[in-house]
Design a binder for this molecule. Structure first.
Ligand code: NAP
Length: 259
């Protein structure tokens, strides 16, 4: 099972670091050609080198996911490099913390453009390439923050992640006629370069609040994304999968302590 993406081509936005790198690694291990999209050259090149050293097929393309022309160029480059496009992982995202009363319109736009508008732009650009294949798979990296939980400083982030799920439902209906499925993974707290930047205290407190008592690994999200990309998941669209170690389950601190 789960070998059906061998030989297929996947774009992973934000694939140079963190969760995206985990998705890229899992997909490359499953035999897919992986095109990594990110802005920073050093991280992207290092990731491509690592994937190739492990026997995978990978390349990278400089792309700012907020820029429509750069996403169009990313899809063109992917088709030129690997002969087509089968899978899009719309994963790139940012999570700066700013309390609501200190948040300006530019802070809001920056997060919504990077996380939500980019989801629309990358899906819109990828679909024609998938139509040329006669089928396709799209996997969005959303979050538990927004659709399910709240966290101070992340009103803009939470709105962007909930917005991705609103987008998902209608996109799934519109894309079904092209044999394209679109689903979302909703990570809890996953150890990444980005999350480590929030500090050790945040990481320790968070781990203590998770029933499995640890933060997730990037491969935990990669494996969930892989499932949505396989032939075996072909009848699933417009759906979400929470991957959080049980973080959203406790009703109270007491409930967590008693478990
Ligand atoms: P990360 O370690 O900071 O990595 C972010 C990736 O996105 C990098 O490859 C970065 O590369 C890329 N990126 C950022 N802005 C970009 C832009 N404008 N254009 C192109 N690429 C861009 O973050 P992460 O923790 O892996 O998060 C990845 C996704 O998972 C995000 O959507 C986030 O909301 C979601 N998520 C994360 C967690 C978690 O616990 N880590 C939990 C829930 C959801 P460059 O900066 O070089 O462009």
């Amino acid at each position: 099972m789960f070998k059906s993406i061998a030989g297929r081509t996947a774009i992973v936005t934000g694939g140079s670091k963190g969760i995206g790198k985990g998705i890229a690694r899992v997909f490359a291990n499953a035999g897919a050609n992986v095109m990594i999209a990110a802005r920073g050259q050093a991280d992207a090149e290092r990731t491509v080198d690592e994937l190739k050293a492990a026997g995978g097929k990978a390349a990278w393309c400089a792309c700012d996911v907020t820029q429509p022309d750069q996403i169009e160029a990313l899809v063109e480059r992917t088709e030129a490099e690997f002969g087509g496009l089968d899978i899009l992982c719309a994963n790139a995202g940012i999570f700066p913390q700013t309390k609501l009363l200190e948040m300006g319109p530019d802070d809001w736009d920056h997060v919504l453009n990077t996380n939500l508008k980019s989801t629309f732009l990358s899906v819109r650009s990828a679909v024609p390439a998938m139509q040329r294949r006669g089928k396709g798979r799209i996997i969005i990296t959303s979050s538990i923050t927004g659709p399910i939980t709240g966290y101070p400083g992340w009103t803009h982030y939470a709105a962007s992640k909930a917005g991705q799920l609103g987008f998902l439902k209608t996109a799934a209906m519109e894309l079904a006629r092209y044999n394209i499925t679109i689903n979302a993974v909703m990570p809890g707290n996953i150890i990444t370069e980005g999350l480590e930047g929030l500090g050790q205290e945040y990481l320790d407190t968070m781990a203590a609040s998770i029933p499995l008592k640890r933060l997730g690994a990037v491969e935990d999200i990669g494996n969930a994304a892989l499932f949505f990309a396989t032939d075996e998941a072909g009848y699933i669209t417009g759906q979400t999968l929470v991957v959080d170690g049980g973080q959203i389950l406790p009703e109270s601190i007491e409930a967590l302590a008693e478990a």
